[in-house]
Design a protein around this ligand. Sequence first.
Ligand code: NDP
Length: 272
Amino acid sequence: MTDKYAVFGNPISHSKSPHIHHSFAEQTQQAISYTTIAAPTDDFADSLSQFWQSGGCGANVTMPFKEQAFALCDQLTEEAQLAGAVNTLTKLPNGEIHGDTTDGFGLVTDLQRQFGHLKGKRVLLLGAGGAARGSILALLNSGIASLCIHNRTMSKAEDLAQIFTRYGEVSANSLIEPQTAFDIIINSTSASLNGQALTLPPWIIAQHTVCYDMAYAKETTAFNLWAQQHNAAQTSDGLGMLVGQAAKSFQHWRKVMPQVEPVLASLRQQLS
Ligand code: NDP
């Protein structure tokens, strides 16, 4: 029987995950099926349980179920424990469910692919929601010099800085006092999804600064437009992060790391 995988979310019909995982399967010559499952918002656990009973081998989980999926895991990676959420579930041979969050891997590998190593970089992370929380450990483990977190609701940035303080140089930053510009600025707020620009002080950006928006769209995102207007050295959206996080999920399930670039190129073409 073909091994069964799925992505759970609500809404989920827009998901690019089936295309990505079928492309990975074709590339690595594996036979899998991968579907979308729109679980009822009040009955995710039952929907997931039915999937396992029907022979499901692994699943991705997206909004709004990442925290509920976390609570249903028997085993968790350190990254998932710190994130308090998972996007990748794997049914182990003993029947237990293993959970990981692969967003941080997707982000860091995409930054490295495009901008080179991250060693010694001063990084500013905008936003303190789920995507930020799931990415901080991978950023700190990548060798960056420091991570400042800025958020509209500053108490959330302070909470994250507190959680991750034992893993590296991390602080919450109000961006009120002018300081040295950052090497890398990552936008993890959902403002770009609504086309909203953030109100940011110009001193955070210098001519060498690279800017990365986790959101992706056909057009340049509002944050990347702002960065370009302030002469950022390079800008990128988060499409590569999306494919990278999927690659890590695929590796969990199939024990082989697929190539990101060809799948990213085909998705980019579809988007445009
Ligand atoms: P959450 O809802 O958990 O967090 C949203 C964050 O955005 C909060 O920090 C919130 O601030 C901030 N925010 C929202 N609107 C505004 C605004 N108008 N001005 C300033 N700040 C704002 O969302 P996620 O963390 O799950 O997702 C965030 C983004 O990351 C989305 O665009 C999502 O598509 C993208 N993403 C991309 C991935 C990829 O693979 N490329 C993977 C995961 C996420 P406050 O706390 O003050 O409300």
